[in-house]
Design a protein around this ligand. Sequence first.
Ligand SMILES: [Fe+2]
Length: 302
Amino acid sequence: MSDSDISSILTAPDPYGQSTEFAYPDYPDMRADFTIDQGYAHYTDEDHAVWRDLMQRQLAILPGRACDEYFDAYASMDLSQSHIPHFDDYSDRLMRATGWQIVAVPGLIPNTHFFTHLANKRFPVTHWIRPRATLDYIQEPDLFHDFQGHVPLLLNPVFAGYMEAYGKGGLKALKAGTLSEISRLYWYTVEFGLIRNKEGLRIYGAGIVSSKTESVFALESQSPNRIGFDLRRIMKTDYRIDDFQESYFVIDSFEDLFAQTAEQDFLPIYDEIKNSPLLKPWDIAPGDAMLHRGTRDYVLKR
Ligand SMILES: [Fe+2]
């Protein structure tokens, strides 16, 4: 495990399905849908200082790297750099813009509840922030990753529509037994997606946007592959949860992502790809639209 700021801090569907690991005995007031009150009064001065320091260092890195849509949304949020945000305040702003809300959760939640929240335009945000001792790396999603990484793009109507459709698709995938396939789509878009714009590639995935080092690695390292978005290919591509990605997939626009996913019926696609081999994270497949063929030097040097 690297000591760098590796983005396995993700609010992603649990690929292992409905687990018994979601018991939260320390949250007696947790509701049946796994939501809780944010408990704002419990944040310490140190919690706010951690938020401030994480925000400041990401804002120093993201210009020229994060996509315009992220910055447009970020600017309209007027997100506090000095204090942890009140979820209710930003829920009101989101509701007015795209109809979304933020709900506080204790951490990862079962897939059924995660997908149901998204399908109903509720984004679950972990209520606690990482301690300073683990500023650069935590295994679970925390408030900073969930809020700074995910929430701004919920102000973008097209991306917000994709997230809602993803939740509905996730519920269908649970019934179809294709959780792994749809989880890979989330991973390679919502968490680790790249987008092309006039000036070149930019990042939009929350796992990258909230990571000091992957924000640079994803765009500037020669090591990983950068491949044009391909829904079927992504659904059959394994991913790394404990280190930088070995392949990033690049969309042309959020409109194009929406058209290729939210407007498609996945059931025949699942049937079409069910016998396709599962690709390793570093594999190149026939038909890949290669923007950059990775050297894997980061991996090989480790
Ligand atoms: Fe996430």
